[in-house]
Every structure is written in C-alpha cells, then in structure tokens.
Design a protein around this ligand. Structure first.
Ligand code: TNX
Length: 539
C-alpha cells in the first residue's frame, strides 16, 4: 500500500482532528526535517546506505557533496549510475528553475536516491535535507525511508545577526555558527562589525580603527544589568585575511555575509580612533558601557564623508554580496542641534530639521555605495528622515517601520524585538542572564513576518524575510552565544522557509528531538527546551 501524505494535508488533518493520538501518529510520519519541507510524500520501503553505495555528482555539485561527506563509501566517476548499482545522484536540472534557485527535489527509493535542483544552492539544500534523514554521527550504514520531497523557501532572506562589537567572537566561532545556519537552510549572516564598544574589521587606510578602536579598557559586567564599567578589558578584530576566510566558508555554505558599518550613531569606537569625526572634535575613548551614546558622526563635516567613503570602499571591495548594512538606529540629535556645521548643512541642503539631516546623510551614503554596485539596508529609524530610493529596511522596533517601508515599495526584513531578539532570555526563570522580556521558543515559532495590515496586498511581496538578532552586551562567551541562539534560531529558520500552512509547533518540537543530537555532533551548544516550552505553550 502506498501512503501519500503531503505536509499541507497533515496540517489540515491536524486542524480537523481534535484528539491527540491521531496528531501524534501523523507527526511521527513526517520526515524529521527542520525547516519542514513544503511537500513530502511517503512511499514504501527504504534505501540502504552501505559501502557499496555510489555517489554520482558533477563538479557543480561540490558544495552539496561536501554536506554528505563521511556518510558514503564510494564516490562514482562520470554522470551515470552503473547498471545494477545503487546510487545517490546529485544533478543540476535547469527544468526546475520555476521554483527558484534555492528549490530542490529529493527522491529516496529502494533503488536509488536522487537530488535535483535548478542551481547549486538548491542542490546544497537537498543534501542538507538528506543529511537530516541520516544518523547524527557520520557512518556508512544507514537506512532512509522512501520519500519524495519537493521544497522551496517561503522567504529569500533567512537571517541571523551576530554582534561582534560588544563582544568579539573569533572566526572559528563564525564558521560554526554558519554551519549550524546552513544545516537549517538559513542563508544570510548579518555581522555587526562596528559600534561604540569596538571596531572589528581591519581597514587598510585607517590602521588606528583596529589598533585603537578594537580594544576597550573595561566592560560593563555581563553578569548583571549594570552600566558601571567594572568588567574586564576586551578586544579583538578580523584581519582582512580572516574575513576572506569567513567569506570563503560562507560561499561553500551558500550564505551571504552582510557587513554592518554603523552610522551616524553607535560610532564611538571610530571617533576614538580617527581624529575629526565628531561634532565637537574631542578625542573620546572606546566606550566601556552599553546603551545609546550621544556622540555620533558629524553630519556637517566633509572629513566624515571622506572617511566613510574610504571605509565603505574597502568594505564594498571585500564583501561580494550586494547589500551593505549602514545602521541608522538610535541616533541622538543633541550634538547636531548645537553644531554650527550641522546647522549650516541643514540650511544649505534646505532640510527641515535634524531628522531630515539623517535622511540626507543616509542618501549620500547610498549614492556612494550605488556607485560601487551596492545597495544599503538600515534599521527602521531610517524611515523617519525619508528613505533613500533603493534602501531596504530592517524593522526592529516592531513591525510598523517595516509596514511603512513596504507600502513605499522598499524591501523589508522583519526582525522585531517582540519575537526576534535572541539576546532576550528564553524563560522567566532559571536563565543565565536576565535580559529583556522572555522570548520563548514557542513565541519565535509563532512569528509571522507578513503583518495582517499587508497580508494579501502587493506590499506583502516586499517582505523579503526574517532575522534573529544576537546582540552581545551580556553574551561574553561562545557557549552562551550558542545557548541563546539555538534552538530559537531553528524555530526562526522554519518561520522563514516553510509554508505558513505547515506550521505546527508540536510537530516542530518532535522534529527538534532529532536535530539536537546533530548539534551535539557538530559541537554546537543550545538550550534544551524545558516543560515551559511544551506543545501546549501559547504566546
Ligand atoms: C537595540 S536593535 C540596539 C542595539 C542593542 C540592542 C539590545 C538596534 C538596532 N539597536 O544597539 O544591542 O537593542 O537588545
């Protein structure tokens, strides 16, 4: 007998069936894959991986093949499966292009396994799906149930942001973070490289940015919500070579790295390193406390733009992705109000006030970056001063900034503090840091990136994805950073990839049980869900 079950059908059945047993039975029938694939159809039998299994793959399948390394005995030559052999074949198939470059088809049958996709990214995701069906520890013998999966992402930006300014994390940590992301089909790592408390990227033209700006003499302690700088000195930065290694690994994992160079606020580390960047011109120290700082780049000074264009020029050259994040959040306007050069700029540019001065600032930066073939994204405050024409917006103070930007035709990534702040604690009690309101696993899972105000309208198409943000004021170790990120990041991965109709928190929890041993095998730390995260959790 052939059982045919699409996940959408299962979801519909779950809605219809009130009793728990039917639900549990259906759920265990789903392949244990996160994010849930768009369609999965079961069939009879299993495919047995053994030493005799042959892998057939062209050169284009290299990144996908690397995912499966360690799971197979032999690698076949050529493109055809020898008669009578049992093969796993990976192939690019342009005929599948309609579902987009990240889509794929995976078929597991007793006679063989086929992975097909229109592009390398899709083939890589097909391999990630197959790998989730294999044992956590690489080994040659394995039995995989017969299934046909046809899958494609709901959103094209499936992101995490890592703040390496408040606490620096070495490149090896970034590799591991990206490997976990890629296993969950997340494709964007936004790396917050500059802030008041540290500048973390080598810039050839301004060595002082990392000689001075990457080091602070003390920190606000990470074990209490205190602003007094009684914690340890801290520092570190990525050389260009380090960043090239991160980018090389990212490319193998089909991850785009979006660098963030913050402006005009959150700029104290730069102001401390290079003379002449602030309104008052005084030399500051790299900040040793958290929060919003009143010293920002001077918007009236040409020196600031010369500096930023040189920095952004180097950044644009180093990072292959099209998008550069230019910050734009939390810019106190106090100094600009007092600064004769800023006031003159407001007059000569015919601006109404300091909000518009920020809009003018961001537009000038956008213009420069467009000349280097790049687009900008900024935090939602940039909506207020008038959006640069092609700018994308990252909505963090809620959904409203994103809604306004989408209605004006701008691309939007939803990342609200209500659901996406992974620096906030994960439960009311028993957590290592009491930061923010709790954002529980179920709350992240329940996130819907397309707000009701836009659902069904053309502006909904402007919501290009969702992102979890790992701010690190109170995250001072790799272990804690991973603990805060996972498994909430896995819930967000499913929000951003899987069709809305397949959402099923209880099913997600069941599938998570299979994912966590894989994280163990990868050496990735996580928070084990507690009773408070159980299937009945509602937020
Ligand atoms: C707000 S989100 C900030 C960050 C902090 C974060 C802490 C955003 C654009 N700005 O500077 O690290 O809150 O949760």
């Amino acid at each position: 007998m052939k059982t045919t079950t699409t996940i959408a059908m299962v979801a519909a059945a779950l809605l219809a069936v009130a009793g728990g047993t039917a639900r549990a039975a259906e759920r265990t029938a789903l392949p244990h894959i996160i994010p849930a694939p768009a369609r999965a159809e079961f069939c009879e039998g299993t495919f047995e991986f053994s030493r005799d299994t042959i892998i057939i793959a062209s050169e284009e399948a290299a990144t996908a093949l690397a995912v499966l390394n360690g799971y197979f005995g032999a690698k076949g030559e050529g493109t055809a499966c020898p008669p009578g052999a049992r093969c796993v074949s990976l192939a690019i198939d342009a005929a599948l292009a309609a579902n987009g470059p990240e889509s794929y088809e995976l078929s597991v049958a007793p006679e063989g396994v086929e992975l097909r996709a229109p592009a390398q990214a899709g083939l890589f995701y097909a391999a990630q799906t197959l790998r989730q069906m294999l044992p956590a520890e690489p080994g040659i013998a394995a039995s995989v149930p017969c299934v046909k999966i046809s899958d494609a992402p709901r959103f094209r930006w499936r992101g995490l942001m890592l703040d390496v300014s408040r606490h620096f994390f070495p490149k090896e940590f970034v590799f591991r973070m990206m490997e976990a992301m890629a296993a969950l089909k997340m494709n964007t790592l936004h790396i917050h490289l500059t802030d008041d408390q540290g500048w973390r990227l080598e810039i050839d033209a301004f060595p002082a940015l990392t000689k001075t700006g990457a080091w602070r003499g003390a920190s606000s302690p990470a074990d209490e919500l205190s602003m007094s700088p009684s914690g340890p000195a801290h520092g570190g930065f990525y050389t260009k070579q380090d960043m090239r290694e991160i980018l090389r690994r990212a490319a193998e994992l089909h991850i785009t790295v979006v660098p963030e160079i913050e402006m005009p606020g959150h700029a104290v580390a730069a102001i401390a390193s290079v003379p002449g960047l602030s309104c008052k011109g005084e030399r500051l120290k790299v900040s040793t406390r958290w929060g919003v700082h009143k010293d920002v780049y001077c918007a009236g000074s040409e020196r600031v733009f010369e500096f930023l264009e040189i920095v952004l020029g180097e950044v644009a050259e180093l990072f292959p992705g099209e998008i550069i994040h230019v910050g734009g959040d939390e810019v106190p306007k106090h100094n600009w109000r007092q600064c004769p050069k800023c006031q003159e700029r407001i007059r000569t540019e015919g601006l109404a006030n300091e909000e518009e001065l920020q809009g003018w600032f961001m537009k000038r930066i956008e213009n420069f970056l467009e000349s280097r073939g790049k687009r900008i994204i900024g935090w939602d405050e940039i909506v207020e001063g008038g959006l640069p024409p092609r700018a994308a917006v990252m909505s963090w103070r809620g959904m409203q900034g994103g809604i306004t930007a989408a209605l004006e035709g701008h691309d939007v990534v939803m990342s609200p503090t209500s659901h996406c702040y992974f620096d906030y604690m994960q439960a009311e009690t028993g957590e290592p840091r009491r930061v923010g309101r709790p954002i529980e696993l179920a709350k992240v899972y329940g996130f819907e990136p397309v707000p009701p105000a836009l659902a069904g309208t053309p502006a909904a198409e402007r919501i290009i994805g969702a992102q979890g943000n790992i701010w690190t004021e109170y995250i001072d170790s790799e272990e804690l950073a991973e603990y805060m990120t996972w498994p909430r990041g896995a819930a967000l991965a499913e929000v951003a990839w899987s069709p809305k109709e397949t959402k099923d928190y209880a099913g997600f929890l069941a599938r998570l049980e299979s994912l966590l041993p894989r994280f163990d095998a990868m050496g990735v730390n996580y928070r084990r869900p507690g009773p408070e995260d159980g299937a009945n959790a509602r937020f």
